[in-house]
Design a protein around this ligand. Sequence first.
Ligand code: FAQ
Length: 330
Amino acid sequence: MYAQMVKSTGQGVKSRDEMSAEERDFQDKVDADIRIEPRDWMPEGYKKTLIRQIGQHAHSEIVGQLPEGNWITRAPTLERKMILLAKVQDEAGHGLYLYCAAETLGVTRDEMTEMLLSGKMKYSSIFNYPTLTWADIGAVGWLVDGAAIMNQVPLQRTSYGPYARAMVRICKEESFHQRQGYDIMMRMARGSEAQKRMAQDALNRFWYPSLMMFGPSDANSVHSEQSMAWKIKINTNDELRQKFVDQTVPQAEYLGLSVPDENLKWNEEKGGYDFSEPDWDEFFDVLRGAGPGNTQRLTDRQKAWEDGAWVREGLMAHAEKKAARKVAAE
Ligand code: FAQ
């Protein structure tokens, strides 16, 4: 049933006159910042958009474990290994809170996983880029978690209660993730010449993919207008991208690294940096499945899903047996 639900909802926002009485009441609640809870009436489009966004977000957390998990066995010290292990486990937890939040909307985790594996649901473009060196783990924490926080802090005020509540804890943990990444970068940037080169190379490769995390430019965003009217999104993609650049450039300067953008320049008038757009053709290629790591990521998720089948079957058999015993006892 979910297959038909994932279709884009970007058909423009209804005016008040076009809304039904139920839709108007719903919009009034959203406008008054009253949280929408699972049992409340909600428009089908609101539900679909939430399932798409929360599901995609959950998949991103789970797939996002792969590029970092790859480095657990190669972390340079025991302390770094423990920190990275904790971070990767946190990402699994984030995926679970988010799957649970999506399940309150009537979709199951199994359905969402099958949609991911068949390519009908997405995960964040960023996780299709490889982590080639230890400095990349620093760059992922600093830039990728930094971008994730920039996007997720406002989502703590999103209109759907279970999603907003999941975000509170996720944001706290993401702050630790960002900090540990910056700490790795600081150590490398102040290390040997070779370490500094690795740090700069990681920044060069992760800068533009991190900017892509915020989604296409506002002019090409299909869902923003409606999602913002429903307060599923609080800011536009370009607003958050600008905030991220403004926050991150001074951090790069403090590290003594240079952002790979010749057009980067402080703009006094707008009170923010002018910067180059990412290569949007590359972004859409990655979304279509042609990024450097798409095939590997989905192959890994497919294998994990198949390897875990016996656990799911065992749990189902146990639940069925328990239910049958209960019926027999009644
Ligand atoms: N990647 O109309 P819009 C993390 C798609 S969590 C892939 O602007 P929307 C933690 C979009 O789905 C990172 N697809 O879409 C971590 C739509 O296609 P559709 C994930 C993308 O939804 C750190 C189409 O393009 N965070 O990193 C992307 O209004 C380290 C048109 O775009 C979230 O998911 C993309 N980057 O805005 C874990 C946050 N951007 O679905 C491990 C919640 C756009 O119609 C290690 N999500 N698309 O086929 C959001 O805030 C929004 O969904 C946006 C996109 C802002 C991502």
